[in-house]
Design a protein around this ligand. Structure first.
Ligand code: ADP
Ligand code: MG
Ligand code: ZN
Length: 469
């Protein structure tokens, strides 16, 4: 079956994390549980109301555009908003404000995938179908700024589609455009899929909607590709249509055929001004103020000599990698792997077991690691203190002093302990001297015990070797 070439183009919607709606002052709050509280006459397009375009939303789309720029400028100088006319219960106005001929961004690239465009529109309301046959509509989401990104049909398998979507999610989060949680519907994917034996000609495409997880992107594409090939092999044809993804059954199902596709009658919205972006924004300034992007961060982490799974955990979690970066800049890059061990293995391990814990203040965490590097506390001590700080954050140095966890590097007092241990264990000393070298670690253990863990083990070893000669 491999003689078929799969072609995929993705359309990704992302809710922008602005303070207010796309055209009005209504709060943009994805966590609002009460239905229909963030709604006003502008959201509803009541007669006499006038929309005002949200500058913050436009800036976020420009920022995303700058982040995906691929050599040449991809930010439009001129842009406008169009009415996309259709009547649907989740569209209170009877039309959706979107962009048709003049999107804010044209071109760019993410993970090697060429982008067609990125435009700005508004989200629709949320419908909940209950089992008695009623549909409840919550308009809080209607009018929330929504970005739509469209790729060229240049992806050829489900794995690349998922990698693309993951990288896009990171970019949206890094530049602060969207929280992009797929489970919350803040990032939604539609996949256009076709297969063809003729490498020069595309097959008929099918669009799959309602994809709400990365696993579903993969599942829906694999399912469709297999369905198309089976159809074609058995002499059938693929019908151009929109299909939905059934998460439970792991299948796609037909939603609407091309024949009754909508005619949206796009036209420029007469209530909104035309926008000349280079007059409204300093695009160069936006470009310069871009944060470190996921790809750059990944390269930097790899150069620090960290293991791959650590790099992957970090780049996928902006909060965590900001934390990591701050601590590393305090303790020095040469200690990056040590920081990663404490943060990603020890601290995250504790968090996974007890969600009431929290990461300590970055400065305290850095101090703890520095104390370990300087030999003030043992690795065991550092881990114990870390667990304490995660329960109740405090200065690790103060805590270590109060609890006698500071390792003594005072040679004279350690020497005394060594002499005592040697004197108290004559039989073991004799064994050791007659060749039982494994005994040595027993003495080290005894010394550590006697010092209540506060002795520097390396120093004990040195002194013991001397004493047992
Ligand atoms: P439509 O007008 O049906 O919305 P577009 O040309 O706007 O189609 O393309 C929508 C999406 O479908 C884009 O992501 C594009 O890359 C993708 N696409 C177009 N043709 C194909 C095809 N034959 N196979 C797979 N994807 C396609
Ligand atoms: Mg389309
Ligand atoms: Zn409103």
């Amino acid at each position: 079956m491999s003689e078929y070439l799969t072609t995929i183009g993705l359309e990704v919607h992302a809710e922008l994390s602005t303070k207010s709606g796309m055209w009005c002052g209504c709060k943009n709050d994805p966590y609002e549980k009460r239905p229909n509280v963030n709604v006003c006459e502008i959201c509803m397009a009541h007669p006499g109301s006038l929309p005002v375009a949200n500058k913050e939303a436009i800036k976020k789309v420009i920022t995303v555009g700058c982040a995906v720029q691929d050599g040449e400028n991809n930010i439009a100088d001129f842009t406008e908003f169009d009415r996309k006319n259709y009547f649907y219960p989740d569209m209170p106005k009877g039309y959706q404000l979107s962009q048709y001929k003049f999107p804010i961004v044209t071109g760019g690239r993410v993970n090697g995938v060429k982008l067609t465009r990125i435009h700005l529109e508004e989200d629709t309301a949320k419908s909940t179908h209950d089992h008695e046959g009623y549909t409840l509509v919550d308009y809080n989401r209607a009018g929330v700024p929504l970005m739509e990104l469209v790729t060229e049909p240049v992806i050829h398998n489900s794995e690349d589609a998922v990698s693309f979507a993951r990288e896009l999610q990171r970019i949206l989060r890094y530049v602060g455009a969207s929280d992009a949680n797929m489970e919350m519907g803040q990032m939604r994917i539609e996949a256009n899929i076709s297969v063809s034996k003729d490498k020069e000609k595309f097959g008929t495409k099918v669009e799959v909607k309602n994809i709400n997880s990365f696993a579903s992107v993969e599942g829906a594409i694999k399912y469709e590709v297999a369905r198309h090939i089976e159809l074609l092999e058995s002499g059938g044809v693929v019908v151009q249509e929109t299909r939905g993804w059934d998460e439970n059954k792991q299948i796609t199902f037909s939603q609407r055929k091309k024949e009754n596709a909508h005619d949206y009658r796009y036209f420029p919205d007469p209530d909104l001004p035309k926008l000349y972006l280079s007059k409204l924004f300093n695009i160069e300034e936006i470009k310069k103020s871009l944060p470190e992007l996921p790809k750059q961060k990944k390269e930097r982490y790899s150069k620090l000599g960290m293991q791959e799974n650590y790099v992957d955990i970090l780049i996928d979690n902006l909060e965590l990698n900001n934390y990591f970066d701050t601590v590393v800049s305090a303790v020095g890059e040469k200690n990056a792997t040590l920081v990663a061990n404490y943060l990603l293995t020890d601290a995250l391990g504790l968090l996974a077991k007890d969600s009431t814990l929290s990461l300590p203040d970055k400065a305290n965490f850095a101090k703890l690691i520095t104390m370990n590097i300087d030999g003030d506390i043992s690795s065991r001590g550092a881990k114990d203190i870390l667990a304490i700080l995660m329960k109740k954050d405090q200065d690790p140095e103060v805590y270590a002093k109060e609890n006698n966890l500071i390792q003594t590097t005072d040679t004279e007092s350690l020497k005394k302990i060594v002499q005592e241990v040697v004197a108290e264990n004559p039989k073991q000393v004799a064994d050791y001297k007659s060749g039982k070298e494994a005994m040595f670690m027993y003495f080290v253990g005894q010394c550590m015990k006697k010092s209540k863990g506060s002795g520097n083990p390396a120093l004990f070893q040195e002194l013991l070797k001397e004493a047992l000669k």
